[in-house]
Design a protein around this ligand. Sequence first.
Ligand code: PGA
Length: 263
Amino acid sequence: MEITITEHYDEMSKVSARLIAQEIHRKHDIVLGLATGDTPVGTYQELVRIHKEEGLDFSKVKSFNLDEYLGLAPVHKNSYNYFMWENLFKHVNINPENVYIPQGNIKDPEQFCVWYEEQIKKAGGIDLQVLGIGRDGHIGFNEPGSSFASRTRVKALFKQTIEDNARFFDKEEDVPRFAITMGVGTIMEAKKILLIANGKNKADVCAQFIEGPVTSQITATSLQLHNYANVILDNEAASKLKRIEYYNWVRDNKHLVQKEVGR
Ligand code: PGA
């Protein structure tokens, strides 16, 4: 895992958006895996800015969202479908036919999950998966105990997740109890991973998933087994890491690799 510690939320957002933009430049028909929540809002704003001011082209980009609340229609203001259109898609030139988001109000979720996995495969797999992290260590809605082999499926939400997400709803009882989510196995098949996290309330879980033992109780620890995972944190989320000095040294001295090779 490559750990980049930034000064604050804005810098985290700019650095992560730049990384995503570079990948889009490299492969115009890239397949992105996208996340929702407070964390990526700034990253999406920055991507919109790069699109408007630098002409970043989304016309051939395909995207698959990680998850969606079960029971919410795509037009519901708390649905992740609504979130994605409001925060990113309606501001860039993505082709709506290339946008895949689990459908929360689908009649047969089980069959839908199989179909979703097939679409990811048909697209050639996810090139870059963007992730946030929950305080319980979830990626997507892969709550504690989710198998590292899990695929897209319906998952019951953890109590802490329901409490955390209640801020988006009128009252806690309105938070759906289930979600459709890509599995840990689905996420791990992405060629590259970018996880972003900010804020003091993510400091404990960031220390656990980066420096703690691999366990399905903290599903983000699965990323320790991925061969290309980039983690971009703000100062607060990074504050409980033990090896900050090392991560910063690596970040600041990448150029030395070339020198070493030439010796
Ligand atoms: P947040 O959610 O970005 O709103 O903190 C992250 C997550 O639950 O994955």
